[in-house]
Write a protein that binds this ligand. Structure first.
Ligand code: SAM
Ligand code: SF4
Ligand code: SF4
Length: 353
């Protein structure tokens, strides 16, 4: 081992902890801020400010940053967006990441529209896991919720992912009162067809969710009650303590998850950070300010210098955004459309969910 590799090895073995003792393990990369849907809980407005193309990091640049993050202890990477499959050559980037020994879990979250074309090449490239977002099985509702007419493409995409051998596929559903609360059991039934694990996400008041209101949130307890009423007893199933979803089993063994990010946030054990397509690094989904890694990288900083900066920033992390929001009274949407227009990085579709 040469001295710089030995230095990296030492850094990895002493994973840096933040001010609450949380390690940095999990990196979400938003590979593009563009999207082919306009989900009402994420992109409800008519117009958006996009990241300038010249600022978007190419795959080599992103790969260099990933190496810096793995030096610091990251071993789980998820590609997201915007819609990650809109980024040209994303399969090539998956292959680059799959070849990195330090990454033991490589996943991608997609709205599924382009999956029919990509599922096989993603599997070939070495992607480990796939999550598809799906909130409704009804065409009219899908159109209303996303302002696009693409439900059939999403369903074809899920079938293609199944054929390509992704198992279990995860299906993420944002549960919203008055929108899809009457479909949660239908989604469980749909998931069974593919042996997919459905996970209900509580509606979050993140940037972009300008129409969020507390009344629209269906809580974890309400989801459990709804499932119990329909299926009989619901038992807690084994969950990975580091994962955000609590898992439950229905009497026939079907397992589903609930991500209770709004009413029971998991900030205490949060080991996640987010990197945007233009190289801004955020320590929390709710953080207003990030660290500009593009400037460091394009300014010629060495890998050691970038790793040192990542370590210093993570060491000072005290973010617990969702917990802080939970303690606020008379909670309304986090940011207004005007505030979001001052900095596109505040948007969920830029930062990556
Ligand atoms: N476009 C891809 C997709 O929809 O799967 C990836 C990016 S999207 C931002 C990632 C996840 O964030 C999706 O599962 C989406 O449902 C979730 N999401 C977006 N806004 C949300 C909100 N306000 N509350 C809860 N989840 C949200
Ligand atoms: Fe919907 Fe994902 Fe696009 Fe947001 S980024 S509008 S959640 S498909
Ligand atoms: Fe982590 Fe921030 Fe989400 Fe809490 S709100 S779980 S600290 S990303």
């Amino acid at each position: 081992m040469d001295s710089s590799a030995r230095g990296r090895h030492n850094l990895r073995s002493m994973a840096r902890l933040d001010t609450y003792g949380r390690p940095l393990r999990n990196l979400r990369i938003s590979v593009t801020d563009r999207c082919n849907l306009r989900c009402s809980y994420c992109m409800p407005e008519e117009n958006y400010i996009w990241l300038p193309r010249k600022d978007i990091l190419d795959f080599e640049e992103l790969s260099t940053l990933v190496d810096c993050f793995t030096d610091l202890g990251v071993d789980k990477v998820r590609l997201t967006g915007g819609e990650p499959l809109l980024r040209q050559g994303v399969d090539k980037f998956v292959r680059m990441l799959a070849g990195k020994e330090a990454i033991r879990d490589l996943a991608l979250t997609t709205n599924g529209i382009l999956l029919d074309d990509h599922a096989e090449s993603l599997a070939d490239a070495g992607l480990h896991r796939l999550t598809v977002s799906l909130d409704t099985l009804r065409e009219d509702r899908f159109r209303e919720l996303t302002r696009r007419d693409s439900l059939a493409k999403v369903l074809e995409g899920i079938a293609a992912a199944d054929r390509a051998g992704f198992r279990p596929i995860k299906i993420d559903t944002v549960a919203m009162r008055g929108v899809n609360d009457d479909e949660l059991c239908d989604l469980i039934e749909f998931g069974r067809r593919y042996d997919a694990e459905v996970r209900f996400i509580e509606y979050m008041d993140v940037g972009g969710a300008t129409r969020w209101s507390a009344e629209r949130v269906i809580t974890r307890d309400q989801i459990v009650e709804l499932m119990s009423r329909r299926y009989g007893g619901v038992e807690e199933a084994s969950s990975d303590p580091a994962a955000p979803a609590d898992r439950f089993a229905l009497p026939d063994g079907t397992v589903f998850g609930i991500i209770s990010s709004t009413t029971q946030p998991f900030c205490a054990s949060c080991d996640r950070a987010r990197l945007t397509a233009d190289g801004m690094w955020y320590l929390c989904l709710y953080a207003r300010i990030g660290t500009d890694l593009r400037a460091l990288l394009r300014g010629g900083a060495s890998r050691e210098e970038i790793v040192a900066r990542l370590g210093t920033v993570w060491g000072g992390r005290s973010d617990r955004g969702a917990e802080r929001r939970l303690s606020e009274r008379d909670r309304e949407a986090l940011l207004s459309p005007d505030q979001l227009r001052t900095d596109p990085h505040l948007e969920m579709h830029t930062r990556g969910g």
